[in-house]
Design a protein around this ligand. Structure first.
Ligand SMILES: [Zn+2]
Length: 443
């Protein structure tokens, strides 16, 4: 199958051949087995189901959480001369029936659907006797109920799979710790003989370091020192809008071309900062975590963190914006022993004590004594747990909170332990480091 697949890859997509990691995913696919592929961003995930779909006898259904992403992929497939349809978001009348007709006629190799829509669609496909060749589940970690990206409809994909006659599954994700992998294969009802392919998340050109500081003035002084020492693009991540604005002012005052970026700014202001950064008029962007999607600047030489973010996943993703061009780059975290006080307070807001929440559900008059962000959590929990329907099951919420605490603790260990930083980060993703490319502990 691989030679045929390579020919299609060259013809439609213009690549010479599959990368080694893609080949490791394709081998079990061509054997009809279930596959979980854990591939870092930029690993060429979509080709792992698009190309096999062109060789399969029946249609492949791709389940994806983001409508914009599906539309983007389908538009690209059309440009490459491949028939594909997306049924996500609002549908034109007749769109679904048209897609079903095309599938029945064998003219539609790829159908993209949201997880919510898959449930309604599965019985219709089964009733028409359409044999689905494979289910490809993108962003498969959305099945994890205690995860950040949890989408309830993802938990019903296993059911839909059974309704469709149990076609083999390719599950794809860019972030999966060993426990998340387990949850994915269980929820999607993987069969015996399933394969797991895990790409390396190591970025050998990144140097990781932690600088202990005793106060905020010291953070700023050290940041200024490293920014002045190298005349190259840098990103500083800070926890709040006020802070990143203050840091940008301080850098400007010291003669560094800096600008803040956060979700509280107007869209045109944010665009201006991003453009200034991309064409090197702005050298340092001081940003909240809102500065993420769409930053495609390969020559960032430094990503510094004012304080640690709430999880190793978040840290590795943000720090990983350094050195995309493969040249040496630095990831620097400033750490104070009490840095986890703020994220812990935030946890108390996101998950207020159960007794308080239940009291506020039953006695709304108490609400005026509590802050708006706490009340927002109380209302969100009411929507999720439906106290109006009887006894409330707190298990899922408790588990989410424990997971959040576990991630905070892992970040604190990263900052405090005298252990290879790279080994510490990659261990979180279930990966062992053979050789550290450089950190402040290894040298
Ligand atoms: Zn190291």
């Amino acid at each position: 199958m691989l030679p045929d697949a390579t020919r299609l890859l060259q013809h439609h997509f213009g690549y010479d051949g599959f990368r080694p990691l893609q080949q490791r995913v394709l081998a079990p696919v061509f054997e009809g087995r279930d596959v979980l592929a854990v591939l870092p961003t930029g690993g060429g995930k979509s080709l792992c189901y698009q190309v096999p779909a062109l060789l399969a006898a029946g249609p492949t259904i791709v389940v994806s959480p983001l409508i914009a992403l599906m539309q983007d992929q389908v538009a690209r497939l059309h440009r490459q001369g491949i028939a594909a349809v997306t049924l996500g978001g609002d549908l034109a009348p007749g769109a679904r029936d048209a897609a079903l007709r095309e599938m029945t006629a064998g003219r539609l190799p790829l159908l993209y659907v949201s997880p919510e829509r898959l449930r309604g669609l599965a019985p219709l496909i089964a009733a028409r006797g359409i044999r689905i060749a494979r289910l490809a589940i993108d962003e498969a970690h959305c099945v994890v109920e205690w995860g950040h990206d949890f989408r309830p409809a993802y938990r019903r994909i296993g059911e839909a799979r059974a309704m469709l006659g149990d076609p083999p599954v390719t599950a794809l994700t860019g972030t999966a710790t060993p426990d998340v992998r387990e949850a994915i294969t269980r929820s999607l009802r993987f069969r015996a003989g399933a394969a797991t392919v895990v790409g390396s998340f190591d970025r050998p050109n990144l140097h990781f370091a932690v600088r202990r500081v005793s106060c905020d003035d010291e953070r700023l002084a050290r940041l200024l020192a490293v920014v002045r020492a190298q005349d190259a693009p840098a990103i500083l991540y800070g926890p709040t809008r006020n802070l990143v604005e203050g840091i940008a002012r301080a850098l400007l005052g010291a003669g560094v071309a800096a600008a803040p970026y956060h979700a509280g700014m107007q869209a045109h202001e944010r665009r201006g900062v991003l453009e200034g950064f991309l064409d090197d008029r702005i050298r340092v962007v001081t940003a909240t975590s809102a500065f993420g999607m769409g930053i495609d600047k390969p020559d960032v030489e430094l990503v510094a963190h004012w304080t640690a973010p709430a999880s190793p996943e978040a840290y590795y993703q943000e720090a990983g914006r350094a050195g995309r061009d493969g040249r040496p780059a630095r990831c620097l975290l400033f750490a104070h022993p009490r840095d986890d006080a703020m994220p812990r307070r935030q946890l108390e807001v996101t998950y207020p004590r159960e007794r308080l929440v239940e009291a506020l559900w039953t006695a709304p008059a108490l609400r005026q004594r509590h802050a708006a962000n706490v009340l927002a959590s109380v209302d969100r929990l009411a929507e999720e747990l439906r106290p109006d329907r009887g006894r409330v099951e707190w298990g899922g919420v408790r588990r989410r909170r424990r997971e959040a605490e576990r991630r905070l603790a892992a970040m604190a260990r990263y900052a405090n332990a005298r252990r290879c930083r790279r080994a510490s980060l990659l261990a979180w993703f279930g990966e062992q480091v053979r050789r550290c490319g450089g950190c402040d502990v290894c040298g």
